[in-house]
Write a protein that binds this ligand. Sequence first.
Ligand code: SF4
Ligand code: SF4
Length: 670
Amino acid sequence: MTPVSDIYWHISGYAIFWILFAIAFGLFAQRVYFLFRLLRLGRREERSQNLGHRIKTMLVEVFPQWCNLKTVTRQDLAGIGHSLLFWGFGLFLISYIIFIGLGGGFGLSSVLAGSTFETAYSSILDIAGLFVCAAIVWAAIRRYIIRPERLEASFEAGIILLLVITLMVLHFCIEGFGYAAYNISASYPPIGAAFASFLISTDISESTLVAVYKGLWWLHYAIILGFLVYIPRSKHLHILASPFNVLFKSLAPKGALNLIDPEKAETIGASKIQDFTWKQLLDLYACAVCGRCHANCPATLSGKPLNPREVILNLKDHLLEVGPQLLKGETPSANPGTAMIEDVLTEEVIWNCTTCYACQEVCPVGIEHTVKLIDMRRNLVEHGRVSPSVAKALESVRLLGNPWEQPQSARLDWAEGRKVNLIQDREEVDVLYWVGCAGAYDPRSRDISLAVVSLLERAGVNYALLGTEERCCGDPARRMGEEGLFQMLARSNIEVLKKYSFNRILTHCPHCYNMLKNEYPQLGAQFEVVHHSQFLLELIHSGKIKLQERQELRLTFHDPCYLGRYNDIYDPPRQVLQAISKATMIEMRLNKTKAMCCGAGGGQIWIQSEKGRRIEDMRFEQIQEVDAQVVATACPYCTIMLDAVAQIKEPTGKIKVMDIAELVVRALAQ
Ligand code: SF4
Ligand code: SF4
C-alpha cells in the first residue's frame, strides 16, 4: 500500500503528492528555462549536423561511462567510482519514475506491489545501492581525507554526497519498514527483506512500523524533489548539461579552430560573454569540476596563472552574474569589475596557453578550453592588446612569411652546398617535402631537414621542395589569434600548392602537418599529408631504407602535442625507434595522451611567460627520471626547446635530444 493513498490532516495524499511535485517541477523548469535563455545570448553555431552520429557518440560515451573510464590510470581510479555512481544512481532514477511516479502518483502501486518485476527490480536496487554507498564513501574519503590536488573539498560537493547516501539509506529503510509494517515475509529484495525480518523480530508495534514507513516514504519523496530543484542551481548542473555537451561536441578534427571571416564578422573573437557561441556557453554548464584539466595543464603545473578549470568556472560565474542584465537588454560591461577580459580572466591567463590539448583530451564532458582562449586572443590581437614579443613574431610572419625574422630569400639556405630537388624544375613528383619555417631557419632544426632529405635520397623517393615559394603554414598566427594573417598565408600557400603536381605532402613538423591536413580543408584545400614518422616507417618496412643491425641504445620518446593528442599518431615514431634499437624503449611517466608539452606551442616559443617555472625544464626533468641515452622526438619545436635545456642541464651530452630522422640517418646501413 502506498502512503500516497492515505488522508493526512483531511487532505488527500494524492493532492499533497502532486502539489509538492508541481512546486518542485515549477522551480526546476523555471531555472532550466533561465539557463536556456542564457545560452541563447551566445552567437549562433551549427552543431546539429550528423545527428545520428552524434547520438551514437553520446550513447557510447555517456551511458557506458567511457567518458570517465578513459581517464582511469593506476594512480587515478576516480573514473571507476564515478561510473559506479552513475550506473547505480541511474537505476534509482528509473525506479523513482516507476515506483514513485507511476506507483504513487498514478495509483498503480497495487499493480506493481508484490509483482515479480517489483521484486526483481528492488533486488537489483539493493545491490546498486550498496555500490552507490561504496562509491560515495570512496569519493568522500578522496575528497576530504586524501585530498588530491585536482579535487576541491567544497561544501557543495559534500551536500550532494550527503543527499545521495541519505537516499540510499532511506531506500533500505523504506523497504524494511514497509515489509515489516504489512508483515510481508520474503527473501527478496535481499537487504530490504533481511531488515524487515529483523524489525518483525523486535517489539516495535505495527502502528509504529506503519508510521515510520510512511514518514520515511514522504521524506524520501521530499529529498528527491529537493534534488530536482537543487541540481540546476548548483555545480551539479553538469548532470543535466553534460550529455547535451557530449551530443553537440565538435566533429571537426581535434583542436580545429572556427573559421571566421575577418572582413565580415561583427566582432573578432570574444571580449564579452555573449561573443561566445551557445555551445561555448553550454560548455560552462557541463563542467563537473573534476579538476582533470588543470591536473594535466602544463601552464598550471608550472605555476603560471592559467588554470583551465578556473577559466571555465569563472566564465560560468560571469555568465550567471551578467546574464540577467543582458536578458533585460542592459550592458553590464559598463559596470566596473565586470569586463570579461581583465576582471574575469586576465590577459596573462589568456596568453599562458600552449594549446597543448591536454585539458581537452582528459575532460570527461568534452569541454573545449582552447577555442575559448584563442577566441579571446583573437579579440586582443584585433585591438592591438599584445605583448611586444607577440607583436614581433606576428609582424615577422606578416612581413617576411616566417616568425624567425629571416628573409624569404633565405628559406633555402639550410640546403646550401647540397643539391636538392625543387618542384619548379619538375613536372610531377610523388612527395612534396614541406620543410616548415623551423626546418628552414632555426639552426638546430635545419639538421632535421638535412636528415629528412638524406633519407629521401637514400630511399630513391621522387621528392621535391617548394623552396622559396613556401611560406609559414599559419599555425603560429592562428594559435596566437591572428586569424586574418593565418587565412592570408593559408590561401597563398594553397594557391602555390595547387600549381604543382604531387601525390602527397611530407612534413616533419606536426604543426605544419596539422594545419595542412586538418585546417586547410576549412579553406577548401584537401591534401594527402603524411608525417615523417609515418613516412620513415613506410620506407623501413618497404626495405627502401636499410638499417644496420639494431644497436643497444636506450631511447625514450617525447610525444609532440600536435602529433599525439591532436592527430593520435603515437605508434609510428615508436616503431621507427624500435627498428633502430634493440633495447626496450623506455616510456616516461607522462607519455602518449598524457605527455607533457615542451612549452613551445600556441606561440609560447616566442612569448615565454615570466611567471612560474619553464615548462621545458619540467619536461626535461621527467626525461632525466628515466635512464635514457637519447630522448627522441618528432617535432622541430620540441627539439629546439628540449635541446636548449639539455645544453644547460646535461652539458656532457649524457642525454641527447634528437629527431627520429636524425636517428634513422645514424642507423643507416653502409
Ligand atoms: S591547452 Fe594545454 S596549456 Fe592550454 S589550457 Fe589546456 S592544458 Fe593548459
Ligand atoms: S573542464 Fe572538464 S576536466 Fe576540467 S574540471 Fe571541468 S569537467 Fe573536469
